[in-house]
Design a protein around this ligand. Sequence first.
Ligand code: ADP
Ligand code: MG
Length: 561
Amino acid sequence: MAEKPDDVPAASAELRMMLDLFDRINAAIRGLGPEPYANINRLTRLCGELLGADAAVYYRKQKDSLFAIGRWGLPDDFNAVVSAHSPCLDNSGAAAFGIYVREGEDLGEPACCNISCVKLGVKTCVGCSVISGDGILGQLCALYRSAYAPHPLHERIMGLVAGALAVEEERLRMERASQKLSEELRQSQKMEAIGLLAGGVAHDFNNALTSIRGNAEMLLERKDLPEEARDEAAEISKSAVYAASLTRQLLTFSRKQIMDSEIIDLNATVTNLAQILRRTVGENIAIDLQLAEGADCIRADPGQIEQVIMNLAINARDAMPQGGRLLIGTGVEDLSGPEAPAAIREKPGRYVALSVCDTGIGMTPDVLARLYEPFFTTKDVGKGTGLGLSTVYGIVRQSGGDITVDSEFGKGSTFTVHLPAVAGETAAPRQADALAGLLSSGETILLVEDEAQVRTIVARILRNANFKVYEARHGREALSILEQGRTIDLLVTDIVMPEMSGYQLAQEVRKKLPALAVLFMSGYADEATLKAASSSENAAIMMKPFTPTEMLRRIRALMRR
Ligand code: ADP
Ligand code: MG
């Protein structure tokens, strides 16, 4: 016959107590609900009760501090933060169980990790680390107002509860990770949709602006223009230039801006800009450059990268009206794994980092959520366009990188741009364009453009510069001009045209004239066009709207080759 529990000899009383305790722990763990924070409080309480303590607390380790996350028997305002030098953090990952504070004994500096405990009259603190595969997650503590009477089982009990806490922490971590992922997805879909819309509008707008701008400039060049009319034309031209700059920013945001990529040394770019930056941000803001020595180069459009730095610095200035500190840093990072910025996760590798950090007003979560949207601004009318960061975003993404921000209201902001590093290449020296010699010595150009207004104005610019120009409305007409036996020195063609694209036309023409230089014009570039055109030799692309000088400079550069 089996022994009844009552008959268990006294020596086994210990065993019975143990089984009873383990039953309670098991029951408690099975009874946990879906809410991790509630569970953390329950487990903290369980630990305190089973150890016969007066109170218990679970501190989560975050960076170098401990924060009280689970509490039992403690006031709600029980001070949350424990210093980095707490003895609780003094072990290297083992589930250290120890008595950290004992009345009347000096257990080393600091004697108690949390002054609030002392204020509450805590005499003893018994603690155990909560650990996972990645190291210490936190510290579970039982607090006593009297001297602590240790029991050999206490270490085991604390260990079990700490294990259950680690599971809850892991659940929380996974919940947060999946929330972050769906937030990122929502954000990228939103940006994609706005990009499509903005790109579409900007495309049509560009054609109109090219004509407005070109006509105004032609008017201004007329010697017989009455003085008033000159002022008006100048006004038209000024507005058109401004409108064009807005359009260009929108195109950049939607990643339809044409890039002139080069190998660049980011440190050199920052250093070259420093002078202008100092003037831009003013005297009450100190600029600090922290450039990593020997950082890799990147492949990007130098003008665009300067724009990224300027836009970020101007925002930093605006965020520090009373003055402050602006830090611009560079570095190299190997990025992989879930911590990498979203757009980079698919392409792990070596990245050059550019960070722009200010000690300004910082941002609320509402602002952070809409930061990169075109026209989102918190600044007064006339002060902000809301296009600064959307331009930065477009440039960074088109250059194969990503941008992240770390900011808190009242605590400044840090923007970090990551761009793919190019190994083993050195930056090309930049040379200034010679402005002289833009005029033609009578070369012939075949101009193909379906938009009549644009064609007319471009033809006039070219003729004014002494070129001989044949105009064609589409690819077929251009080919028939060539069939008439005309000799031409350059083909200038729009890319997007009905029936035959500019690129197809160039291919046809080159069957006869393989060495002919081609200048493509476009208000809009999809990836396929860009790739096709840039892979074509002895050719260049010019973005609409352009000024006559820009155009002539491009033509000169092509014909000099
Ligand atoms: P704008 O500067 O014209 O307002 P941006 O696109 O450059 O447009 O910035 C959008 C908004 O983001 C700003 O209006 C501001 O609220 C916020 N912002 C950007 N950079 C910072 C910064 N460094 N500190 C605080 N807020 C910023
Ligand atoms: Mg701005």
